[in-house]
Design a protein around this ligand. Sequence first.
Ligand code: ATP
Ligand code: MG
Length: 314
Amino acid sequence: MGKHKDSNSELSNISKKELVSRARKFSERYCIGDGKNFRLKDFDTEDKSDQFNADKSQMQETLQLGVEVLAAMQDKLYAQDKWSLLLIFQAMDAAGKDGAIKHVMSGVNPQGCQVYSFKAPNAEELDHDYLWRCMKNLPERGRIGIFNRSYYEEVLVVRVHEQILKSQRIPPALITKDIWADRMKDIRHFEDYLYRNGTLVVKFFLNVSNNEQKKRFIERIDNPDKNWKFNAADAHEREFWDVYMNAYEDMITNTSTVKSPWYVVPADNKSFARLIVAAAIINALDSLNLEYPKVSAEKIAELIKLKQELLAEK
Ligand code: ATP
Ligand code: MG
């Protein structure tokens, strides 16, 4: 990438290579890798690193650059048509999943991107195993797929509310005390399987604090334009906050791997969270060593000939 046009700051002079390297270093701090010994309480819901010193414009500019780099990388992913990238977003309500997806993906070509939001399963979906509906919506080669919620709900909401498990009509003999550990093992294997078939899976937990969630719910009530987003059931779900946090911790411990890591994103500051997500996606795409397909010498000769013919047209 050349120099960035509309800015005077230091950022405008950074090469694409340097940006990618900064994105890697920046996102690594929030990457869990192998989940062994993971403790959620070691991770803040707000950024304490003082990285941007509350400089909003610098943060916006960095995000804008990140979005441009990401779009250029997606173009190569699409042209190469071999790898696909699956981004999974999980969070408590009002943590900012929708906004993060909207902003971070704002620059990418819609043709190369597929978003899918998972709600409570319908009757047809409940007639199958829980991965079935996810399998059907995996990204095609060359695409970025986004799961807004995912099969991870099966070890989150279903674990917190065991009556949901009962409604799944699994043979009772299979519902044992090991069911959650077994599900996490199956998910790990499923993601290994996807990787071995050319789909890289990267997972984001947007880590919002209990207090910030309360604030955002109140805002949804106070602001008429946000009323549609408010759901009374979401507020009641706050009673289960600690149970959810334990489920998240266990899930990340057991399903974060070096190849398919969880990122624990401090989500109390939306702009900062988006920056981390963008950086992590750039990092993931960079790991795929993407390149435009090489064109053979014969093909180039053919193109030159065609150009001459076009120019010679009367
Ligand atoms: P928003 O932030 O806009 O509320 P959302 O992702 O919460 O977005 P909703 O339609 O409010 O979307 O909620 C989807 C609901 O579906 C969540 O409460 C989630 O827990 C539930 N859900 C998703 N997957 C499952 C599942 N496998 N079993 C049961 N419930 C599920
Ligand atoms: Mg909701």
